[in-house]
Design a binder for this molecule. Structure first.
Ligand code: AMP
Length: 287
């Protein structure tokens, strides 16, 4: 595995690989890797000839009041993990390599970026879309692997790649969880024991909502209410949103219909971190 900190050297190497017929896989991350990230790398390794992993805590996607300075970092450990997972290239640029001058060009994916995470973090998805566009331009034609854990981000990136005809196939990968259901996240290190236990309520609320839909509930409003009640019952959580949304447009749904694909999403502050989770459910037919 080779580690690159310059745009030109990574680009040259991947271009040479593609010229020799290699399919390039790409996994963008902010580092402090866990088993969730590694499943993306493993899938890329299984499906591609060369696999590049980027490790870059992108300042553009953090607002001034957010945790950019304290975001957890451990490059040596990350390098061991990605080498073990079979990556061939790591791109770990310093900030001045990615942003040598003030950024005047940004990418904004309208509508998909506005609700939920976008409402809570108004500049976040422009920061994400811009750095991912930049990384796609650096890596070149590839398959790029993203986690469903950040479901809205996956939708934003997919739409950006399609709208701008980027030579990238965006691949969504299932959320990896701890054995008790907590979605893995680099920010879980911020949880103390009591908040770690409280955080389970988010996944429990999503599962209860899915179970209610499967048992015949057709009112999205009641499904939202159910999720909110379950999360609110845990005193150390503060709900940001609970949503019952169309999986592609992310628009809130009203009455559910048989056979419909639905995404249930939630975000809540649990002690220090703000945690996100989501699951898919299909409205059953024939009830
Ligand atoms: P991050 O380092 O948090 O920016 O995440 C990098 C990539 O890993 C994103 O595509 C995330 O959606 C994905 N990811 C993070 N956590 C998980 C998880 N628990 N399961 C699957 N993918 C994940």
């Amino acid at each position: 595995m080779q580690v690159f900190d310059s745009i030109n050297s990574l680009r040259r190497d991947l271009d040479a690989g593609r010229a020799g017929g290699a399919m390039v896989g790409f996994v963008p991350t902010m580092g402090y890797l866990h088993a969730g990230h590694l499943t993306l790398v493993q899938r890329a390794v299984a499906e591609c000839d060369l696999v590049a992993v980027s490790i870059f805590v992108n300042p553009l996607q953090f607002a001034a009041n957010e945790d950019l300075a304290s975001y957890p970092r451990d490059l040596d450990r990350d390098l061991e993990l990605v080498a073990g997972a079979g990556a061939t290239h790591v791109f770990a640029p310093p900030v001045h390599e990615m942003y040598p001058t003030e950024v005047l060009t940004t990418v904004r994916v309208a509508e998909l970026s506005d609700p939920m995470e976008g409402a809570a973090r108004p500049t976040h998805f422009a920061g994400v879309a811009t750095v991912v566009a930049k990384l796609f331009s650096i890596v070149g034609p590839c398959r790029a692997y993203f986690g469903e854990k950040d479901y809205q981000q996956l939708a934003v990136v997919r739409r950006m790649a399609a709208d701008l005809s980027m030579p990238v196939e965006v691949v969504g990968c299932p959320t990896v969880r701890e054995s008790d259901g907590l979605a893995m996240s680099s920010r879980n290190v911020y949880l103390d024991d009591a908040h770690r236990a409280a955080a389970l309520v988010i996944h429990r609320a999503l599962q209860s909502a899915a179970a209610a839909i499967i048992a015949g509930e057709r009112s999205s409003a009641r499904v939202r209410e159910l999720m909110a009640t379950i999360i609110d019952a845990e005193p150390s959580t503060v709900i940001d949103y609970v949503e019952v949304a169309d999986p592609d447009t992310l628009e809130p749904l009203d009455e559910l219909v048989a056979g419909q694909q639905v995404r249930l999403l939630a975000a809540a502050q649990v002690g220090r971190p703000r945690l996100l989770d989501n699951i898919a459910v299909t409205v059953p037919t024939g009830l």
